[in-house]
Design a protein around this ligand. Structure first.
Ligand code: PEP
Ligand code: MG
Length: 587
């Protein structure tokens, strides 16, 4: 076997450890007919598998309760209750009595149930689809004698490197951070959510490996190089030394950058750039607040709801938002309303759609489910009392969406007032600019919103018609495409004409070359993953706006992404020389 498996760098850092292979997919089930005399034995075998699954779930549930809390553990209680359902087990038995093997019988029943639940008009039933899938995988794995992999079942301190096909956000939030030191996935790209989450958890990660799961058996010793995007299987002693040395150098470079994390982000010609942090989980807030960021430019609230048995109620959401707001002591905190759907696991398993990225996601879903949306809006209005909260709507394409959201926000204010619950009025409402429609019609929003924030991950996807999570298209996902640059420039110009604040909170802003381009395009506010704050500050402090503007002007005239990149790179290297912080695949 070729010992290097090459993928895409998703979160920097080099770690060594043993592979923990997670095959969390419904396994293939062979068709298997059993003779009459084996029916009873087969039914017994099925019940034994259910008992084993229940024991495992019980353990997982207890562990989740200890490590994460009762809400996270509740998901496993739901799964336990599915296995206790007499209708489900009775139906499997009846298929076995028709001479189907237990695996096939269980497989068929779960397929029927998942389909039935997914099509239900009852919200509560649709919420159970994800749990049914987990139960489906768990029991089939036991019946088929497959290794009973579990994302949370990793021995503490074992330095495990999780290798899996695709890590959904719900699996990611269950990960035992004390045991798992790195993540490697076959699918995904730099802007898919597993990559974003890994970066915010500070876990080195490589995505887009394509066939690592098929090539590994599990338990191999590997080096995961998140900085250059590869996995080295069974490294030689010399390779181990070389990677350890590189890890030391990278850590030194990062420590050097962190030393000036609190420095003012002012360019050499005296222009102040605001650098805020992207926060995905309330747990990261305190650490992110120490990154040198002046507030939060994007809090992705959907990570509060994925991987859960039920939606967090108003009180729980209020506490989460308040925690982030307080951690940033008075600095602005931009909280985005739920952006579920697309590649973020739909909460509670809404029906799968043919084109999820063009589908029922983000603001669309929230406006269609006002009861669910208003819980969040009330929690936000309450949290706003504790600091400078700003509310941001994702995936907006039309002004009607903004107006409807504002109407609901006003209703929430009236409800809170009636209830006598303290809250803040007039919380600024802004929008993500992440579709070509929003850019082209940006001027139509200016009287109704307080700010724009450009979501380049989606803007690139929708402009270039390139699925941001598709590994086969990773090379075509080019944020420096002239069309993208022109759309960003147009948004900045419209905002400037109308005196509106505009920032960029997509992944582009975290990469030195692109941050340089964005400043040249006129942006004065960037929101980046907390780890990139010192790096982006370093870029800001090392260049002048006039130099960046000249570079961006040349880039805007280029005809291809490669030409744009060349223009920018030549100038960035001229400004910084061969600085260590620009190496290691960062630019
Ligand atoms: C974006 O689209 O650029 C963005 C910041 O939002 P998300 O990555 O959560 O879709
Ligand atoms: Mg987006």
């Amino acid at each position: 076997m070729d010992r290097a498996i090459v993928g895409i760098s998703a979160s920097p850092g080099i770690v060594l450890g043993h592979v923990h292979l997670l095959r969390w997919e419904v396994p293939e089930v062979p068709h298997h007919i059993i003779p009459d005399e084996e029916v009873e034995r087969e039914i017994l075998r099925f019940h034994k598998a259910v008992e084993t699954a229940k024991e495992r779930l019980q353990q997982v549930c207890e562990r989740a309760e200890r490590h994460a809390g009762p809400e996270e553990a509740a998901i496993f209680e739901v799964q336990l209750s599915i296995l206790d359902d007499a209708e489900l087990t009775g139906r499997v038995e009846s298929y076995v009595r028709q001479n189907l093997g237990a695996e096939k019988a269980f497989d068929l029943v779960l397929l029927e149930w998942r389909q039935h639940f997914a099509r239900s008009t009852v919200h509560m039933m649709r919420e159970r689809v994800g749990d049914l899938t987990d139960v489906h995988i768990r029991v089939l794995s036991i019946l088929l004698g497959l290794p009973d992999h579990d994302p949370v079942d990793v021995k503490k301190g074992s330095n495990a490197i999780l290798v899996t096909h695709d890590l959904t956000p719900s699996l990611t939030v269950q990960l035992d951070r004390e045991a798992i030191v790195g993540i490697a996935t076959d699918s995904g790209t730099r802007t898919s959510h597993v990559a974003i989450l890994a970066r915010s958890l500070g876990l080195p990660a490589v995505v887009g490996l394509r066939d690592a799961v098929a090539r590994l058996r599990g338990d191999e010793y590997v080096v995961l190089d998140g900085s250059s995007g590869m996995l080295i299987v069974n490294p030689s002693a010399a390779e181990i030394d070389a990677f350890r040395n590189r890890a030391v150098v990278e850590a030194q470079t990062e420590a050097e950058l962190i030393k000036s994390a609190d420095a003012e982000p002012i360019t050499t010609d005296g222009v102040r750039i605001t650098i805020r942090a992207n926060v995905d989980l309330p747990d990261e807030a305190e650490q992110a607040a120490h990154s040198g960021a002046e507030g939060v430019g994007l809090m992705r609230t959907e990570f509060l709801v994925v991987g859960r048995a039920s939606m967090p109620d108003e009180e729980e959401q209020y506490r989460s938002y308040k925690r982030v707001v307080e951690a940033f002591g008075g600095h602005p905190v931009v909280i985005r309303t739920f952006d579920v759907g697309g590649d973020k696991l739909p909460v509670g398993g809404y029906p799968t759609e043919a084109n999820p990225f063009l589908g029922w996601r983000a603001i669309r879903m929230c406006l269609d489910e006002p009861a669910l949306f208003k819980v969040q809006l009330r929690a936000l209005l309450r949290a706003a009392l504790h600091g400078d909260v700003r509310i941001m709507l994702p995936l907006v394409v039309t002004l009607d969406e903004v107006r409807e959201a504002r109407r609901l926000l006003d209703e929430c204010a009236a409800e809170l007032s009636e209830r006598g619950t303290p809250f803040k009025r007039d919380v600024p409402l802004g929008i993500m600019i992440e579709t070509p429609a929003a850019v082209i019609a940006a001027d139509s929003f200016v009287d109704d919103v307080a700010f724009f924030s450009i979501g380049t991950n989606d803007l690139v996807q929708y402009t270039l018609a390139v699925d941001r999570g598709n590994v086969n298209l990773a090379g075509r996902f080019t944020p420096l495409h002239p069309a993208v640059l022109r759309l960003i420039k147009r948004t900045v110009d419209v905002a400037a004409q109308h005196g509106l604040e505009v920032s960029v909170c997509g992944e582009m802003a975290s990469q030195p070359l692109m941050a340089f381009a964005l400043i040249g395009l006129g942006l004065r506010s960037l929101s980046v993953n907390p780890r990139a704050v010192p790096l982006v500050k370093r870029i800001v402090r090392g260049l002048s706006v006039s130099f960046a503007t000249e570079a961006a002007t040349a880039a805007l005239q280029a005809r291809t992404a490669a030409d744009v990149e060349r223009h920018l790179r030549v100038r960035l290297l001229a400004a910084f020389g061969d600085a260590a912080f620009l190496r290691d695949g960062v630019i």
